[in-house]
Design a protein around this ligand. Structure first.
Ligand code: ATP
Length: 234
């Protein structure tokens, strides 16, 4: 994928991203890491077009991310699964496909089953979110994000609400998606997942990109901030 960030500043009550510039091309799976409050979620929300920057512009694959066509070409997985509680896992997907993508009932059903199976949920599709594990619900929300056939999938700490076993289960399922030909941009605190899945890493610190490069930067930090971060997460 190709990312171009031009002079982006974002503020809520204070400035959380500061004059960010970035030009990247040729990576398929980009991890954004950093301590809590460093601006990772803000950056991924801006890149996905969920929020508009206070200043500056962001482009993904040459689309301005505020473009409505762009927004239809991406999928987003939130920290919590965000499924409709009153709908089964399968209905959570078919509803989106029918209402926002114009799928017929039959096509929506076939597509939902296909992606639920890909995430190993074929025997759970008729259950409500409250009747499956947190890991299964999060896998269903990944299936939902994939079902609209996006070019890029964003994941904002998809395992932050899960225990270590469920985290492992969800991340293993994501690793299996490496070969499906999609691009991924994700925030995570799981460094082993970064090493296994990412082909590029962006390390944020206090609203700035402090270091970036292939995952090997994690083994040889050049800045004191990344060195300290790696000591904390190890
Ligand atoms: N909607 C908001 N309103 C006001 N301040 C916000 C909002 N969202 C984030 N912030 C602030 O912006 C800063 C960066 O937050 P952000 O969520 O991007 O960091 P993060 O690195 O993703 O943190 P975490 O790992 O805890 O999710 C923090 O100081 C946070 O309190």
């Amino acid at each position: 994928m190709k990312i171009n960030i031009k002079n982006v500043t974002h503020r809520y009550d204070v400035e959380v991203l500061k004059e960010l510039n970035l030009d990247l091309e040729g990576y398929q799976s980009i991890a954004i890491i950093g301590v809590s409050g460093s601006g990772k979620s803000t950056l991924i929300r801006l890149l996905s077009g969920l929020e508009k920057p206070s200043q500056g512009e962001l482009y993904l694959n040459s689309y301005n991310v505020m473009n409505e066509d762009y927004k239809k070409s991406i999928g987003f997985v939130f920290q919590n699964h965000n499924l409709f509680p009153h709908l089964t896992l399968k209905k959570n997907i078919t509803l989106v496909l029918e209402k926002t993508r114009g799928f017929s009932k039959e096509d929506a059903s076939i597509t939902a089953s296909k992606y639920l199976s890909l995430l190993h949920l074929e025997d759970q599709e008729d259950k409500l979110p409250k009747n499956v594990s947190g890991g299964q619900a999060q896998r269903a929300s990944i299936a939902r994000a994939l079902s609209v056939n996006p070019n890029v999938i964003f994941m904002d700490e998809p395992t932050s609400s899960l225990d270590p076993i469920l985290t492992h289960e969800v991340l293993n399922a994501v690793k299996e998606l490496k070969t499906i030909g999609k691009d991924f941009i994700f925030v995570t605190h799981e460094m082993s997942f970064v090493k296994d899945f990412a082909d590029y890493v962006i390390f944020m610190h206090q609203g700035e990109i402090k270091e970036m490069g292939t995952p090997s930067i994690l083994n040889t930090p050049q800045t004191e901030e990344l060195k300290l971060f790696m000591e904390k997460v190890r």
